[in-house]
Design a protein. Structure first.
Length: 83
């Protein structure tokens, strides 16, 4: 990736959120660290349950905040049928 591509990427993700849905603390921590290393302009927001996801999204909408630009979902959550 050249300098102009990095600059465009930084502008696209400026103050962006990445919603990480992960119930395992160790994986959540590792994901957060790698996101911060690779995309320092992105703020990872980790939630672990369906209720936390809905609370986060409803809070964003109620406050007029932008929703996350990307969602990273753990497909092996314990209560997968309701997610």
């Amino acid at each position: 990736m050249n300098a102009s591509q990095r600059s465009a990427s930084s502008q696209n993700f400026h103050q962006a959120q990445l919603l990480v849905i992960e119930d395992a603390d160790d994986y959540g921590q590792l994901i957060r660290l790698e996101i911060q290393r690779a995309l320092p302009e992105v703020t990872p927001v980790r939630v672990a349950t369906q209720e936390q996801v809905m609370t986060h999204l409803n809070g964003c909408l109620a406050k007029g905040n932008l929703l996350s630009k990307l969602v990273l979902l753990d497909l092996c959550l314990p209560d997968r049928q309701t997610g």
